[in-house]
Design a protein around this ligand. Sequence first.
Ligand code: NAD
Ligand code: UDP
Length: 312
Amino acid sequence: MKRTLITGGAGFIGSHLCDRFIQEGHEVVCMDNFITGSPDNIAHLIGHPRFHVIRHDVSNHVYIAGNLDYILHFASPASPIDYLKLPIQTLKVGALGTHNLLGLAKAKNARFLLASTSEVYGDPLIHPQQESYWGNVNPVGVRGVYDEAKRFAEAITMAYQRYHRVETRIVRIFNTYGPRMRANDGRVVSNFINQALRNLPITVYGDGLQTRSFQYCDDLVEGIWRLLHSDEAEPVNIGNPNEITILNFAEEVIAWIQSESKIVFEALPEDDPKIRQPDIRKAIEVLGWRPKISREEGVQKTIAFFREYLKA
Ligand code: NAD
Ligand code: UDP
């Protein structure tokens, strides 16, 4: 039986990974300090004989008894409002946390997979973003705490691969959404759906002409599963290239919910990237992966999740 450590396992994406790895027959150790995650996300797995939870901050030394085959490092505040509120924790988990987990991977001879992000491209000057692009990041801007932590995490991951021969994988994740996002995490998908369900104003930042490309969580989990089992040791983008302006997305959400909400315009946050679309040719070629779930289907599933949440 394979034994896998998932850090940030009680978060939005981490909890979906826990589900998948349990389904695949792994023993899963979920490590989380619950700083932005929730026990609710893994409540259904508690008591499963192959599932274990350890409450721990991975920026401190990580101890795990016994062998490990895989380490998936997903611990990190991820929503802009979270990492702006938790700048030092975000830098520490990306830097010290990644270092600790690479050390653990080396000691256990485990394969290590890093959750990186499209934010390593910053406010990109090329479009769509391909893996060979080095990015346009403001290191001293407010988002620098997240972007630079992830860029350092990628650099130290490559150093452990080259110097210590640790088997590593790096996934650059583009905007992902789905059930188990926090209603108040401030990200655009959760904000718009929750505002529309309550007929509250939909808050579009700036003129709404900035773009994003939204990926449903199940597509991401499949991409991560394939990358982990592939031989690809360089970063791979996993995202849905279907790009939309934030204003058009607000209109879609209003229409799909048949909401009475009106759009209001608010100030654009500092260093908010103007465009974002993954170039996924590498994932298609190397992993035979491409996203399958359309924005309408994925958003409808997410709306259903938040409807239940609002009832509870
Ligand atoms: P999330 O906030 O729901 O999950 C992060 C989890 O990590 C939470 O459970 C949190 O409690 C935990 N955590 C944070 N710091 C920790 C620490 N020091 N020690 C232990 N646990 C800690 O966010 P998410 O959207 O699920 O993101 C998960 C990962 O994916 C993050 O690394 C994020 O950078 C990356 N990512 C996400 C997206 C996205 O669109 N959701 C995009 C790019 C990258
Ligand atoms: N956004 C918005 N209204 C909101 C929340 C976000 O217009 O209520 C915009 C935000 O300025 C950004 C985009 O939506 O341009 C995506 O924001 P999110 O926080 O989801 O993630 P990002 O891609 O910026 O990390």
